[in-house]
Design a protein around this ligand. Sequence first.
Ligand code: NHF
Length: 424
Amino acid sequence: MKVLMTTMEYDVIKVGGLSAALTSIAQTMKRFAEPKVILPRSGRAVPWRKLGSKEYPNVMVDVFNHQGVEVYTLSNVVLDEREVYPEPANDKAIKKINEFGERLIEVVDALDFDVVHMHDFFAYRTMGKFREMGKPVLLTIHRLHREYPNWFYGEKIALEKADFVTVVGKSYYQEDEKELFEKYRDKTTHVFNGIDTNFWSVNASSYARLPRKERRKLVLRRYGLTDGIFYLYVGRFDPVQKGVDVLLKASETFLAEEEVRMIVVGVGDKKLEQWSKTLEEKFPSKFKAINKLLKREEVRDLYSSADFALIPSLFEPFGLVQLEAMSCECVPIGSRTGGIKDTVISYEEDREKATGFLVEKGKPEALLQAMRQALEIYRNSPNVVEQMRKNGRRRCETLFRWEVSCQQYFKLYQKLLENRGHAK
Ligand code: NHF
């Protein structure tokens, strides 16, 4: 079975979690079907093996082989805009997204596929064409963008026209977006994201053989900090989603009262970047702001040495970071929302099985309390923290596997193809 996956991010064409999810889904899907990925080139140099290219009147298509997955990139002036989602999103990014959908119409006839797996709404303009071609469409929602009305407009069209819909988290569609998904109840389910526990592993990190505390010393030194109990944030500085303002507000108080270490890694909103730099100037021996994307290996070293991962999202369809942290035995302190709630067992809920701490979203005071509580437990009952690290790792290994997600997707493709047979 050949599956055409449409997306804006894949591997090095990357902004955040969508690229990580797509790369893992496509690579894992090879065990069940023949995945093909198609996306705008976004002016990027790509390290994949080139198979060929074809020129169309309005677009250039390059074909690559990336570790056994066929990847098609579309290029023209609009699609080669280097920012994956050019600012302003409501104007420039939507133009790029719409151009992608229209150019897809131009090129899909020449592609060989049975079913479409649309990741987010980006190919919504091609859905009529897919229908004409008799190709069923599975839409996976990784995140809705209510903050940009013309993206949300496209998302509603995509939800309406898709043959079946999956959401990457359960609470996100059953609670946070309940009203919207009510309408599509009969054709919606959730398929959780997974985590590559071989990659996201302390054993694969630098200084893997050293005890965690020794590793922490060396990793903190890389970033110009001396050793201390280590809190970490890694994520986009997305002002409506990630709660970075909540984090910085809580940290301001926390850093003033405690001798801890904190590293914040992220790019995005310029005001938030500035605020994080101000905090670094105020607490140079305790706090470091890294306003650039780090390599996955560097992030793994951070999670493999940090004690606590901070995930203060205001909403989170799934949120891979809490699993990356848990998989590297770092304890998450996150908002009780969406995918964070779906994946983390909180200390309050079950002390034996706990993998982290959950707090009310959007409240700096609540986050601060949890940061203090975690510190107190670390100092007074290190065994409890040790148990949480182990619980988190085990939960990743047993429950959140990409093979499980891909098997579920594969079954849905089969069902869609069967139903199409009946409709004929
Ligand atoms: O994990 C990949 C990611 C999700 O919650 C995340 C998000 C975007 O906002 O599925 O997509």
